[in-house]
Design a protein around this ligand. Structure first.
Ligand code: PLP
Length: 420
């Protein structure tokens, strides 16, 4: 392990570069091992189960026998392996190649990118839209491009990590209001009146609790204090609201929400990609200033093809979006009748509240043994003492799938004392 040149190397010149590198690496390993051990020790180590089939309600998982019922994907509408969505991706791949080897403004824009942006803005009834490699990128890019030290951003304390990171990158004055607490938001808006622009930023639907932001109240406060409203619709686009347009449609405030960020990686085909849709001037500015847009590769054609078809299907009919409402209700009401407490309201994210981290983890393992794939969430992802198993319902789950899931929960819950 020692540098072979070390013996003949004059110490006055300092250690040779290879020796220095090895010592630095040994030191790094030491630091990393301690960090990894602390994650293991805290019981928050995340291991990855390996799926050996397409994403869907029925999957195969390495190490488990037979078909597994999947209740933890964001595949809300079952479009991740929808035949028409896949065919559209394949056609785009064949016609437009694997990728662009370029960012959008150099030589990375094909007409399919422009068409998808037009489709997204039409779907959300906004003026324009801009694509990103992910919604994480859309959130990373927007705040810094839009807000200056003269402005203020007011953010729900439980907003998604990517909104928090995006806000960290911007130089605006930052206010964090208590989760969905309109009194606190109003107090912060009053304080923020001294700034030029005010932007209220919230998840439309919160992914850990399945609760829905009170957008009506947020929009009326925004009107009162002349603030802009931004929503992240990753857990709403495609299925909330009568036509699946999202939380703003569900709550009747489509004309009052100014900016929508969302993902193509969940309900809209599940491949990848994200976007911002809103006023044309804002989208024009993002194309000039947004760093994840300017400095990252264009969306690959296959991904564009899949998302584009997913939007076509949703714009043709609201049947898919609506089909999951009844299924969500079935799961929530049967679980409540069995004695479980499910957080959130009418959202396909159905967190089965268990309290103890160990309980959530052993119950999730036992569910897998019964052929049901669910995941336990505990601190630091959710507050201490609020561990849960997050179940996500998809439009392609059958009633029988849902009933099997409830039965397995009931058995496992009784076994571990979560139910009497
Ligand atoms: N915002 C929310 C609320 C999310 O849940 C996620 C994904 O988990 C993202 C943003 C990031 O989306 P993407 O996977 O497109 O980067």
């Amino acid at each position: 392990m020692w540098c072979s040149r070390l013996l003949s190397y004059p110490l006055s010149q300092g250690p040779c570069s290879s020796y220095r590198t090895r010592t630095a690496l040994a030191q790094l390993n030491h630091v990393l091992e301690a960090e990894l051990e602390s994650i293991r020790g805290a019981g928050t180590w995340k291991s990855e189960r390996v799926i050996t089939s397409k994403q869907g309600p029925h999957i195969h998982v390495e190490g488990s026998r037979g078909e597994i019922l999947n209740f933890c994907a964001n595949n809300y509408l079952g479009l991740s392996s929808h035949p028409e969505v896949m065919r559209s991706g394949l056609e785009a791949l064949e016609k437009f190649g694997a990728g662009l080897s370029s960012v959008r403004f150099i030589c990375g824009t094909q007409h399919i990118h422009k068409n998808l942006e037009e489709k997204i803005s039409r779907f959300h009834q906004r003026e324009d839209a801009i694509l990103y490699a992910s919604c994480f990128d859309a959130n990373a890019g927007i705040f810094e491009a839009l807000l200056t030290p003269e402005d203020a951003v007011l953010s729900d304390e439980l907003n998604h990590a990517s909104i928090i990171d995006g806000i960290r990158l911007c130089k605006a004055n930052k206010y964090r209001y208590k989760h969905m607490d309109m009194q606190d938001l109003e107090a912060k808006l009053q304080d923020a009146q001294k700034h030029r622009l005010r932007l209220v930023a919230t998840d439309g639907a919160f992914s850990m609790d399945g609760d829905i932001a009170p957008l009506k109240e947020i929009c009326s406060l925004a009107q009162k204090y002349q603030a802009l409203v931004f929503i992240d619709e990753c857990h709403a686009t495609g299925f909330l609201g009568p036509n699946g347009r999202g939380t703003d449609e569900l709550l009747g405030v489509m004309d009052q929400v100014d900016i929508v960020n969302s993902t193509l990686g969940k309900a809209l085909g599940g491949a990848a990609g994200g976007y911002t849709t809103g006023p044309k001037a804002l989208i024009d500015l993002l194309r000039q200033r947004s760093r994840p847009y300017l400095f990252s590769n264009s969306l690959p054609p296959a991904v564009v093809g899949c998302a584009s078809k997913a939007l076509d299907l949703l714009m043709e009919s609201n049947a898919i979006a609506q089909s999951m409402v009844a299924k969500t209700r079935r799961f929530r009401s049967k679980m409540a009748a069995a004695g479980f407490s499910i957080s959130g309201n009418d959202h396909p994210i159905c967190p089965v509240m268990l309290g103890e981290a160990r309980l959530a983890s052993v119950m999730a393992d036992d569910m897998l043994e019964r052929g049901i794939y669910v995941i336990g969430f505990s601190y630091p992802v959710v507050p201490k003492g609020k561990a849960r198993i997050r179940v996500q319902i998809s439009a392609v789950h059958s009633e029988d799938d849902i009933d099997r899931c409830v039965e397995a929960f009931t058995e496992v819950g009784r076994k571990h004392g979560a139910l009497p």
